[in-house]
Write a protein that binds this ligand. Structure first.
Ligand SMILES: [Fe+2]
Length: 186
């Protein structure tokens, strides 16, 4: 399943990519430095995904889905919880015992989010929104994600802005968010 199509298709494609990255992390032994590189990449991917959802999915849910406000508020709380875990992860090396606890907690949190959206939210939205509106939202979601690299290469982040985002130091989540929302550039 490639990128493209309506917003549900686009976001579901993101979900499969994130799951693939989680499987890669799980396939490596604890302490393996590559686990940290993958955690950084999945963080960028999740920030892009969250921004697309916050800007275009949840407003549509609020507008079209019955009890949409309640659903959107809960989803945004879930994003905030995941973001806190990702910020803690930034400061952990793959060798730190805390790294394993945090990445495990993040995977549980995100997998629940993916399943919940795919089982409940997306079907509700499809029922309440016209195909044309969903297609238009798909374009908007892709535009929202475009400022960050579409396909971070695992070992060679040598093109901006990924090299900038992955530069050592704290604040990866914030830098990724700033790059995507254009914050700090105008
Ligand atoms: Fe999602």
């Amino acid at each position: 399943m490639g990128h493209g199509g309506d917003i549900i298709h686009e976001l579901t494609t993101d979900h499969r990519e994130v799951e693939g990255m989680f499987s890669d992390i799980e396939s490596l032994p604890p302490g393996e430095p590559r686990r940290k590189e993958l955690a950084d990449q999945v963080t960028i991917e999740l920030v892009r995904h969250s921004i697309a959802e916050e800007q275009h999915l949840y407003p549509a849910v609020r507008e079209h889905v019955p009890e949409g406000d309640r659903i959107a508020d809960r989803e945004i709380e879930d994003h905030a919880a995941a973001e806190r875990l990702m910020k803690e992860l930034e400061n952990c090396s793959a060798a730190a015992p805390l790294f394993d606890r945090l990445i495990t907690a993040l995977m549980i949190e995100i997998r629940e989010h993916l399943q919940d959206e795919e089982d409940h939210l997306f079907p509700l939205l499809r029922q309440s929104c016209s195909p044309e509106a969903l297609a238009e939202l798909g374009d908007k979601a892709r535009r929202a994600k475009r400022l960050a690299p579409t396909r971070p290469h695992p070992s060679a982040p040598d093109t901006p802005p990924l090299n900038k985002l992955l530069a050592p130091g704290v604040g990866l989540v914030d830098r990724a968010r700033d790059a995507l929302t254009g914050r700090g550039t105008h």
